[in-house]
Design a protein around this ligand. Structure first.
Ligand SMILES: [Zn+2]
Length: 290
């Protein structure tokens, strides 16, 4: 747990403070502490499991679920922390809506429902489930990135033109809104866009790395609508390392958090397992409050 312990302690202390003050100055409770008399216990439990839950959402064992908290908070339409009564009550409402027991407690079954909701927004995945593999776009629909948009670790430098235009609007707004993103030109640079299926298959065979064969058989990057964005990296790890510590690090960064909140307005939808991978679908309506 290392440096994480202070976070756990903070959450626990916040939970205790709520329990202690639950009957007291209710008129002055912060917005995230509303309904503490009902949901404080669940918040307390979530604050602990956020860092200590042992589970394997993608096959390998992970501890805690902080990596997924930004996407979950966005889906629940709350900025309240995982240890708060409001987060627990929104989670319970989500569970109720999706035919789960409305415990207000984060668990693996609830996560799998979130994951399904997010996957359904990826039109590429829905096509794959229908047994299709979308054709690459005609070459004249592809546009080149400019140098400032290319990450040093890039594989490719092409995107479908409309997707490139949406990316440019999105990156410009992120830099205008968040000084931390503007200060680091690497953030939101692209390290993979359109990938030619034949070149992908050749690379897979040559490197013996077929990413579970997905890359070789039918990668979303063949459409020119999938983009891998630099969202930071754990020192010593790759820009696309799926190691739990790598993904946890990326998910707490300013770039990823901004994307979770805002990318949908520009037509991009996330892939929960890869914080860097975003797919252009179309600008979509934000989910309504539960
Ligand atoms: Zn990707």
């Amino acid at each position: 747990m290392r440096g994480r312990f202070p976070h756990v302690l903070t959450g626990v202390l916040a939970g205790l403070a709520i329990l202690v003050s639950a009957g007291g100055a209710r008129a002055q409770v912060a917005p995230c502490q509303t309904n503490a008399d009902i949901w404080a216990g669940q918040g307390f439990a979530n604050a602990i499991s956020l860092y200590s839950l042992e589970w394997a959402p993608f096959g390998a064992t992970e501890w805690g679920w902080e990596t997924y908290l930004p996407l979950i908070q966005h889906e629940l339409r709350t900025h309240c922390g995982a240890g708060t009564p409001i987060f627990a009550s929104h989670l319970a409402a989500f569970q109720q809506t999706h035919d789960l027991a409305p415990t207000g407690l984060f668990d693996s079954a609830t996560f799998q429902v979130f994951r399904g909701v997010w996957q359904e927004r990826r039109s590429f995945i829905m096509a794959r489930l229908a047994g299709e593999c979308p054709e690459p776009p005609p070459i004249n629909q592809l546009g080149y990135l400019v140098e400032a948009e290319e990450h040093a670790d890039r594989l490719t430098r092409l995107l479908r033109r409309d997707v490139l235009a949406a990316y440019r609007r999105m990156a410009a707004e992120a830099r205008a809104q968040v000084p931390e993103i503007a200060a680091d030109p690497e953030l939101l640079q692209i390290f993979s866009g359109f990938r030619d299926p034949e070149a992908d298959a050749a690379r897979c065979a040559q490197q013996g790395n077929c990413d579970g064969l997905r890359r070789a058989i039918c990668s979303p990057h063949r459409t020119g609508t999938a983009v891998d964005l630099y969202v930071g990296r754990l020192p010593g790890s790759g820009v696309d390392s799926t190691a739990p510590a790598s993904r946890a690090h990326m998910s707490q960064g300013a770039a990823y958090r901004w994307l979770v909140e805002n990318a949908g307005r520009f037509g991009f939808t996330p892939y929960v397992y890869e914080p860097w991978h975003w797919e252009y679908v179309e600008p979509w309506r934000e989910p309504s409050a539960p």
